[in-house]
Ligand binder design. Structure first.
Ligand code: FAD
Length: 371
């Protein structure tokens, strides 16, 4: 495999068999699949003609790293326009975020724009100069209609952009990548058919949609407005009611994500807890077993299970665990007798005293024919 760094993708052309990737100053390169992980203005997404839908921006902010005249001093302010601040970074540079008076254009901002915005808010521009970085972001909230279009897939900001409020962007993008990585690996190795990639859209689009909803609600509170402050205070009171904060905490951390759980044990389709278990090889953490990016069948007593043709692909670990099975939001659940854990940490099958459904789950997620 060749890794090319610092190479700009200028477009892609996809057909039924593969994708031609055009590169600045070279190419095209032919690929079987392309993952656009190229940020909010994704060239891959635009070339593949995948629409981004969602509410337009209502406000914009400038973000910069600059030098200031005189000693850098921390400043912060929240007003009817939004949040503003200057944060000395300890190396002579100052990180500046300032909300603009009106929605800025979709062009690159200038130092003059930054000086003006600072003067509007703080009454002075701090003599900002020598920017190493100057950009504009907005609260536009958009999501790609399709995370998969044939041989083109989108992940991270290429698939969803939103206000930075709440700091969800990186976690959301990493969860996309972790969900997609093992599936794409299996497809290119011929273990699974291409239809496994449809589950990427099915699972991650819904999770992204929910997170975007949260960022939109949260961004409302990032300015001084008596009515919004009243609503925030009221929500604060509601969240202090017993147990009411737990679902919101799980939403913010992404721990409430459930992939089409269907009927069955509550763990099905949810994130396997990172339990301290005892195995024949000694104590282990469940997530440690996932570091090889391979599925794991964890047997906790119960009937002896057979992996059959999948034994070469799926790790089989017999373990004991005596603690409580606690799931985010749901709380304590009945201890399962076995769990088939996908490489991304989600439960593909849960045993409740029998092997019923195990072969079907193995075929669905890890290839129909064992090799
Ligand atoms: C002000 C601000 C504060 C934020 N704070 C937080 C926070 O506290 N916590 C958090 O989780 N998230 C935060 N985010 C969001 C977070 O930065 C993004 O969600 C995250 O960086 C997205 O990662 P990504 O890899 O999908 O895209 P990006 O980080 O945008 O990376 C895309 C990469 O693709 C490359 N690329 C783009 N086009 C091409 C091309 N045509 N050819 C080749 N390469 C290309 C780019 O150079 C870049 O390296 C913040 C965002 C902003 C604007």
């Amino acid at each position: 495999m060749q890794i090319r760094r610092g190479v700009e993708v200028t477009g892609i052309t996809a057909d039924d068999d593969g994708v031609d990737v055009q590169l600045a100053g070279g190419g095209p390169v032919r690929a079987r699949y392309v993952v656009g992980a190229d940020g909010g203005r994704s060239m891959v997404r635009r070339s593949a003609d995948i629409p981004m839908v969602g509410p337009d921006a209502s406000r914009s902010s400038l973000i910069a790293e600059v030098k200031v005249a005189g000693e850098p001093v921390q400043q912060g302010k929240v007003d009817a326009r939004g949040i503003h601040g200057l944060y000395p970074m300890g190396d002579g540079m100052v990180r500046v975020v300032v909300t603009e008076a009106s929605l800025g254009p979709a062009t690159e901002p200038t130092l003059a724009d930054l000086r003006q915005a600072l003067s509007d808010v703080f009454g002075r521009d701090f003599g900002v100069h020598s920017p190493t970085w100057l950009s504009r972001f907005t609260d536009a909230t958009r999501q790609a209609e399709l995370y998969r279009k044939g041989r083109v897939l989108l992940a991270g900001d290429a698939a969803h952009v939103h206000s930075p409020t709440g700091g969800l962007g990186i976690g959301l993008g990493l969860q996309d990548a972790v969900n997609l990585g093992w599936k794409l690996g299996q497809v290119v190795q011929g273990v699974s058919g291409g239809d496994l990639l449809d589950t990427y859209h099915a699972e991650r689009h819904g999770a992204g949609e929910r997170a975007l909803k949260y960022t939109m609600a949260q961004s409302l509170f990032q300015k001084a407005d008596p009515r919004q402050e009243a609503l925030r205070d009221l929500l604060g009171e509601v969240l202090r009611v017993d147990g009411a904060g737990a679902p919101i905490a799980a939403l913010i951390t992404g721990l409430d994500v459930a992939y089409d759980p269907g009927p069955g044990h509550p763990l099905l389709g949810r994130r396997m807890p990172d339990l301290d278990i005892a195995t024949g090889a000694g104590p282990a953490r469940v997530y440690g077993l996932l570091q090889r990016a391979r599925p794991v069948l964890l047997e906790f007593g119960g009937p002896e299970l057979e992996l059959g043709a999948w034994a070469a692909r799926v790790q089989h670990v017999k373990a004991t665990y005596d603690g409580a099975w606690q799931l985010p939001v749901l709380g304590q659940v009945a201890p399962p007798t076995a769990v088939l854990v996908r490489p991304d940490g989600y439960a593909a099958w849960v045993g409740e005293g029998s092997a019923d459904g195990l072969a079907e789950a193995l075929a669905t997620w890890f290839g129909k024919v064992g090799r």
